[in-house]
Design a protein around this ligand. Structure first.
Ligand code: AMO
Length: 435
């Protein structure tokens, strides 16, 4: 490795010789003096070269630099309050052009589609770099929380012999002499960890949905953050875990990146107070109706506008960015959700909304095999199709529950980004498979 100094470490370094490596962000090629802004993964620094009256091969190199070119630069670091960019600059001794770059195809047209075509160039923007550092910190805090609370990390297969959630939105792939399906969620196999005696598990992994929609919140491949735990009394225990986890994640993000997020993205990160507000779905409908909105879906599920308006109400009433919508009707929940003991039309389940959008679904699961079979039949599923899944329950499963949460949705809503495309490393949608 070269003896390079990261740009972020220059402020603390003393004046004198230094090497910085990165790519050319801008060149100001003036008559008397040349300026280059060099960027690396940690920030930007100004390079300066006063032109010489005589032959000046270094000036020719600077003049020839194209934006995006990777260079390795040696020079003299000098702290100088007058320099706007960070109060320091590097007077260049030598520039090695490590890898020249063609002119950027997204310099002129920066529409989202064009930027996704050239995602590796788009990701060089400091805002994008920040988004992925925030995501790293967030996930690290979640993992730390889980590990400290006795959860085991699992990796369930993504190649499946049958549907993992429902028959809708299923990708089918050739699998030797037969067919396989891409996992829509780790649902069945994270539940398997309960009869396996693991107690508490989590997984962070891709999930696939053949969803043809082009909304700002849907992808055909997304990272699903999942947890499942045994010995719960109800979905209330799952929500309690879920909110503590989010508090841990958002505290870490605020502490580490709060100031930078405010400067670069103009967003203030607030750590939510626990417990988060909880509103039963039927109550949510009444609240929306009293505010002049009738949810148009015949099945009673909240539509995006209903979610947005409910979050607006929660922000006004409780000053909160999160809300658990609980007790979904049986008709709009999968067969494996446990129903209320005293009202089988309702389930022990919830959706979590964050700034107006659903980020998660959670529930207590039905663990009594006869009840589970009956509920499957109710939904038109033949117990035969669910063979291995139902077997779990024949050998003893404690009461359990968990949630699945879309990672990109959380980051999008946290950082007030317009689309999941902005916060996904490489977005996958109905018409995007490259790069
Ligand atoms: P659900 O289908 O609601 O629940 O998915 C859970 C969460 O995953 C995210 N998500 C998506 N993100 C981007 N693009 C998509 N196409 C997409 N589909 C879903 C959302 C959503 O809230 N097995 C259950 C969870 C559980 O009960 O544990 C499930 O998958 O943020």
């Amino acid at each position: 490795m070269t003896d390079r100094t990261l740009v972020q470490d220059l402020a603390a370094a003393s004046d004198g010789p230094v090497r910085v490596n990165g790519w050319v962000d801008t060149v100001r090629d003036q008559k008397k003096v040349q300026f280059v802004v060099l960027r690396d993964e940690t920030g930007a620094v100004q390079l300066v070269h006063p032109r010489s009256e005589d032959a000046d091969p270094l000036a020719d190199i600077v003049s020839g630099l194209t934006v995006g070119t990777f260079v390795s630069v040696t020079g003299e670091l000098k702290h100088d309050e007058r320099v706007k960019l960070g109060g320091l600059e590097v007077k260049v001794d030598a520039i090695e052009v490590t890898a020249p770059a063609l002119d950027s195809p997204i310099a002129e047209d920066s529409s989202i589609d064009k930027r996704l075509d050239w995602r590796f160039l788009d990701l060089r923007r400091p805002e994008q770099n920040l988004i992925f550092r925030v995501q790293t910190t967030f996930l690290h805090a979640l993992r730390t929380w889980w590990v400290e609370h006795g959860f085991i990390e699992i990796h369930t297969p993504k190649l499946m012999a049958s549907a993992s959630e429902s028959r809708a939105e299923l990708f089918e792939v050739e699998y030797f002499e037969t067919k396989a399906y891409l996992a829509q969620s780790p649902q069945f196999f994270k539940q398997m960890a309960q009869p396996a005696g693991f107690g508490k598990v989590f997984e962070v992994a891709p999930a696939f949905r053949a969803d043809p929609s082009f909304t700002s919140r849907h992808a055909t491949e997304f990272v699903s953050v999942d947890a499942e735990l045994s010995w719960i009394d109800s979905h209330e225990d799952v929500m309690a875990m879920h909110e503590q986890l989010l508090v841990a994640g958002l505290t870490a993000v605020r502490d580490k990146h709060g100031a930078e997020i405010e400067t670069l993205l103009g967003v203030e990160v607030t750590v939510p107070a626990a417990p988060f507000p909880r509103i039963p779905l039927a109550e949510a409908h009444r609240i929306l109706a009293s505010r002049g909105y009738t949810v148009p879906r015949a099945d009673g599920d909240l539509d995006p506008e209903g979610e947005r308006r409910l979050s607006e109400y929660v922000a006004e009433k409780f000053g909160h960015e999160f809300v658990f919508v609980t007790d979904y009707a049986t008709g709009i929940r999968p067969f494996y959700h446990m129903r209320h003991a005293d009202d089988p039309t309702l389930t022990n389940s919830y959706d979590l909304l964050f700034n107006g959008v659903e980020i998660s679904t959670g529930a207590q699961r039905e663990h009594r095999v006869e009840v589970l079979e009956a509920q499957a039949r109710d939904k038109g599923l033949e117990p035969d199709e669910l063979g291995f899944y139902l077997d779990f329950f024949r050998y003893g499963v404690p009461p359990h529950g968990g949630f699945g949460m879309g990672l990109s949705r959380v980051i999008m809503l946290l950082l007030h980004q317009a689309s999941i495309r902005e916060v996904t490393y490489l977005f996958r949608g109905p018409n995007r498979l490259t790069p």
